[in-house]
Design a protein around this ligand. Structure first.
Ligand SMILES: [Zn+2]
Ligand SMILES: [Zn+2]
Length: 124
């Protein structure tokens, strides 16, 4: 009886250095690819599909998306930087898209100043 199967297998496709957003420093990395292999008697024969790729940081041992390699140090630093709300000046962590204090969007522009004071309420 011939036993065919498939299993996921990880292979190293590259190594190098990158700017790690976890370490906030230059660090070595290993670029890994997870592929599905066709197996015969549990021996991987050849890759049938790529399941995904990821990057391991040698500094923090964190697993990051391989997309991190596409960004420059400046882009990463800007992306992880806390931001200040234009409405209430609350400092918010970078992954937050809206202000924790007032709920304003990270991407919204400061509201225009009202051009005229609100009409005074008539006194009874
Ligand atoms: Zn790291
Ligand atoms: Zn706010």
């Amino acid at each position: 009886m011939i036993i065919w199967g498939s299993k996921a297998k990880e292979s190293q496709i590259a190594t190098g250095t990158f700017f790690c957003p976890n370490c906030m420093a230059d660090s070595g990395y290993t670029h890994m690819r997870v592929s599905r292999y066709l197996t015969l008697y549990f021996i991987p024969l050849f890759a049938t599909s790529t399941l995904g790729e990821y990057v391991i940081c040698h500094g923090c041992n964190g697993q990051l998306s391989d997309r991190v390699l596409e960004f420059t140090r400046e882009q990463i630093l800007e992306a992880v930087q806390p931001w200040t709300c234009s409405k209430c000046h609350n400092r918010n962590p970078s992954p937050q898209d809206s202000c924790l204090a007032c709920g304003a969007s990270k991407y919204s522009q400061p509201p225009p100043l009202p051009s005229a004071p609100p009409p005074a309420l008539p006194l009874a």
